[in-house]
Design a protein around this ligand. Structure first.
Ligand SMILES: [Zn+2]
Length: 199
C-alpha cells in the first residue's frame, strides 16, 4: 500500500517536474486531439485530484479503430497498458473493452475514461474535469512550439491548416525573426555598455 502510494506520487512528481502540461478546454479541440492518431493526454478531477494519463493510437489497417491505453509507469511515452477500443461507425464513436483488456469495466481508470469519452462525443467536458496534453502533436507526436498549435494540440500541418512546405517555411521565418531580434538585443546591450563607459 505504502509502495503503491509512493509509486503514484513518483509518477505524479515526474510528470509535474517535466512542466509540460497544457490545458485544453474547447471540446472540439479535445475531440480532434484525442482522435488524431497518436494522442497522449491526462484527465484530472478537480474535486478529488485523481488523474489518469491515456494514449490513443489509430489502428494502421482499419482507420475506424483506435487503441486506448492507460499509463501505468513512470515513462509517459512508453509505460502503457491496454485498456480497450474506440470504434467509429459513421459519425458515432463507441468505447468498449475487449478480451485483451487488462482492466475490468469497473476499474477506476476504465470508469474515468468511459465517463470522459461518452460526454466528449456529446460535446461536453465536465466543468470539474481538466484536460491536458503534453506538448506533443496528437497526430504525429512532434513537439509543439507555436502557441496556437499548443492551444489545439496539433501542429499546423496535422491540423490541416497548412501544407508541409508552408509549415517548414513558416518555421524558418519564425527562427530567422527570433535570430534577428536576438542580434538587435545584443546590439542594444553593446551600445548601452559603450554609452555607460563614456559617461
Ligand atoms: Zn503533427
Amino acid at each position: 500500500m505504502l509502495f503503491l502510494r509512493s509509486f503514484t506520487q513518483y509518477i505524479k512528481e515526474s510528470m509535474d517536474l517535466s512542466g509540460k502540461k497544457y490545458k485544453v478546454t474547447n471540446t472540439d479541440d479535445i475531440k480532434g486531439f484525442i482522435l488524431a492518431g497518436k494522442a497522449i493526454f491526462t484527465i484530472e478531477s478537480q474535486t478529488t485530484g485523481v488523474w489518469y494519463t491515456y494514449k490513443i493510437t489509430q489502428a494502421k489497417k482499419n482507420k475506424d479503430i483506435y487503441f486506448v491505453n492507460v499509463l501505468r509507469g513512470p515513462d509517459n511515452q512508453s509505460s502503457y497498458t491496454y485498456l480497450g477500443l474506440v470504434s467509429k461507425n459513421g459519425d458515432s464513436f463507441r468505447f468498449g473493452l475487449t478480451k485483451n483488456s487488462k482492466y475490468k469495466i469497473d476499474a477506476p481508470c476504465t470508469v474515468a475514461f468511459d465517463y470522459f469519452f461518452k460526454n466528449l462525443i456529446r460535446g461536453v467536458l465536465h466543468p470539474k474535469m481538466n484536460f491536458y496534453h503534453m506538448g506533443f502533436c496528437g497526430r504525429c507526436g512532434r513537439a509543439l512550439t507555436v502557441p496556437e498549435s499548443i492551444k489545439r494540440g496539433l501542429g499546423p500541418w496535422c491540423a490541416g491548416k497548412m501544407s508541409e512546405e508552408e509549415e517548414i517555411n513558416n518555421d524558418r521565418r519564425r527562427k530567422l525573426t527570433q535570430m534577428n531580434k536576438d542580434w538587435k538585443f545584443d546590439e542594444v546591450k553593446d551600445k548601452r555598455k559603450r554609452d555607460s563607459r563614456i559617461n
